[in-house]
Design a protein. Structure first.
Length: 260
């Protein structure tokens, strides 16, 4: 197991040091992790943001992210896009009490590690969305679903995910239906589907890997508009089968692809 030639060229004289840090340690201390990240950033190898929730991901597991171009096995699922310019300007790694804030007074009211919606792969999701006994639910905020969403999806008038719990009652009439939840990459659905189950919805599903994976593996069929993303690109194309534009200019009301 070794660093790829491409990475070795970039780190040059530091290759022995970074190789020791990233490949030989089964568990990194915080100081070792900080040093590894510093080397990576100085080398221009890794930009972006990693959010960690205590008790879910141990710091040494960041190694799987840092080493996504290294010839060693990793568990983390990556969604990789080819871009002409970096989508992030620096690397951030930080702890958060919740990766996405649930908005619940007691965050322990739900535990997605023990109960959450059934994961549907993109092809499975695509097969179910037109069924009469299915309701598609977008758990994202206004600024996200205003630029793109699945056809016939139920959306909520919320400005932040933490407002979602106050809107769950809007779905009360669909408790006898199969609820298919989706979000950008799947993180919000872990909590949203767990909350729906807790609130008495018996058949709750979530799109595994979110809209991004759906676009890559199912062609994005029946997703209208673009997908809002949390980096400098702002939006990305998803639908290569039957694309449409739904976002509108706030000033004139005309449909537009531009987001600012």
């Amino acid at each position: 197991m070794k660093l790829t030639d491409h990475m070795l060229e970039k780190v040059e004289g530091q290759k022995e040091r970074i190789g020791e840090l990233l490949l030989k340690h089964t568990s990194l201390s915080e100081d070792q992790l900080a040093e590894a990240l510093e080397i990576q950033q100085e080398s221009g190898l890794l930009l972006g943001e990693i959010l960690l929730k205590k008790h879910y991901i141990h710091p040494h597991d960041i190694i799987k992210v840092i080493c996504h171009q290294v010839d060693i096995p990793y568990i983390t699922e990556f969604k990789i896009d080819e871009v002409e310019e970096p989508s992030f300007i620096k690397m951030h790694v930080r702890y958060k009490s919740e990766i996405v804030h649930s908005g619940l007074r007691d965050p322990n009211y739900i535990d997605p590690t023990k109960e959450t919606g059934k994961h549907l792969e993109p092809t499975e999701f695509a097969e179910m969305i037109d069924r009469e006994d299915v309701v598609i639910v977008d758990v994202r905020s206004n600024y996200e679903h205003n630029v793109g969403r699945f056809k016939n999806a139920i959306t909520f008038d919320i400005d932040d995910f933490r407002d979602l719990p106050s809107k769950i009652n809007e779905l009360a009439q669909y408790k006898d239906k199969k609820i298919l939840t989706y979000c950008t990459g799947g993180i919000k659905c872990e909590k949203a589907s767990a909350l729906l189950l807790k609130e008495g919805f018996s058949e709750v599903y979530q799109l595994h890997g979110g809209i991004i994976k759906y676009g890559k593996e199912a062609g994005g069929k029946n997703f209208d508009g673009k997908c809002y993303v949390f980096d400098n690109r702002l939006t990305v194309d998803v639908n290569s089968v039957n694309p449409t534009i739904i976002s509108k200019c706030y000033n004139c009301g005309k449909e537009t692809l531009k987001v600012s």
